[in-house]
Design a binder for this molecule. Structure first.
Ligand SMILES: [Zn+2]
Ligand SMILES: [Zn+2]
Length: 343
């Protein structure tokens, strides 16, 4: 079969590889669409250490079941499916408590770390365990379905947050995930939603998708603006969807006393925090990782149009042209958001 292989750092090759062999509990999926994730872009140059070549990346996919393993039940060839990006074990302490995103034996499709290599879906076929499959609702296209993973990350982040009806929410970072967080907040009943970014076009898009106000953080005093909107108090909740020290601190500073910050971005491993402000203002900090069980709701909401994924798809292109799209995304070409590849 054909696959887009990261043969060495910064080098992707569209080449022939062996079709994956499926285990007894796995299905073979004929991939119809697979989105390029930010983590693939950051992994490609070796900086994250999570895409050690050779590896077939790709964990945001949808397709059709082509074959089923001997012990697969409830799924058959021809079923249209998507799947969780996380392969959880179902047996460890966390899985048994329902925290499948925190599984001790967690593997991510399309990732290779040195501890494991799990080839992903930038290929004609991918092998996937049956317990992470989800059926596509009737009428949902493969391309739209392939965006369920980033949508689920946003849903999970909003579900982690103690949000109440009519709360003011600040979202620092209006990239892909930030724009889905904004849409999820609107659905969850937030009152006022403030989007923050450096890029005006992203702020415009944020406002189209549900934010009330876009603040360009290098042009206005974001904290002062948020206070002005909230009778001097600050926001009830904030979301950090970048993961670098200045944006983490901004997300803290926007909060009212007793407010909550949910951290989703993690570009940098560490950031210095204003400990005294967090303690004396009694702020709560929540980390949010991947998702745990939000897929069916997200698929349904994408299918019904409650979540707009089309607005974030910049291009749908053949897998054979994947390498050049990867490099365009790597160079952070303006206006490029989600690129979906079709084998
Ligand atoms: Zn992803
Ligand atoms: Zn587990």
């Amino acid at each position: 079969m054909k696959a887009l292989v990261l043969t060495e750092y910064n080098h992707l090759e569209y080449m022939d590889v062996r079709k994956p062999h499926i285990g007894e509990e796995e299905v073979l999926i004929q991939v119809k669409a697979c989105g390029i994730c930010g983590s693939d872009i950051h992994g490609m140059d070796g900086s994250s250490g999570r895409r050690i070549p050779p590896v077939v990346m790709g964990h945001e996919a949808a397709g059709v079941i082509a074959e089923v393993g001997a012990r697969v039940t409830g799924w058959q060839a021809g079923d249209q499916v998507t799947f969780d990006s996380t392969i959880y074990c179902g047996k460890c302490y966390y899985c048994r408590k329902g925290f499948i995103n925190l599984c001790d034996n967690r593997r991510v499709l399309g990732v290779s770390t040195g501890e494991y290599r799990q080839n992903g879906a930038f290929a004609e076929y991918a092998a996937v365990p049956q317990h992470i499959l989800f059926r596509l609702p009737a009428g949902l296209s493969f391309v739209r379905a392939s965006l369920v993973e980033p949508v689920s990350i946003a849903f999970h982040a909003v579900e982690r947050t103690p949000l109440h009806l009519n709360d003011t929410a600040v979202v620092v970072g209006s990239g892909m995930i930030g724009l889905f967080v904004i849409q999820a907040l609107r659905l969850a009943g937030a009152g006022r939603i403030v989007a923050v970014d450096l890029d005006q076009s992203r702020l415009d898009q944020a406002c189209t998708l549900g934010a009330d106000l876009g603040l360009k953080s290098d042009a206005v005093d974001v904290v002062a603006e948020v206070q002005r909107l909230t009778e001097g108090r600050g926001a009830d909740v904030s979301f950090e969807v970048v993961g670098i020290p200045p944006t983490v601190n901004l997300a803290v500073q926007c909060l009212r006393k007793g407010g909550a910050l949910t951290l989703v971005g993690n570009l940098k491993p560490t950031a210095e925090l204003p400990v005294q402000a967090i303690v004396t203002r009694e702020l709560s900090l929540y980390g949010s990782c991947a998702s745990k069980g939000e897929y069916p709701a997200c698929l349904d909401m994408i299918c019904r149009g409650a979540i707009d994924v089309d607005a974030l798809i910049s291009a749908v292109a053949p897998l054979s042209e994947g390498a050049s799209w990867f490099h365009r995304l790597y160079r952070a070409e303006p206006g490029l958001m989600k690129v979906v590849l079709t084998p």
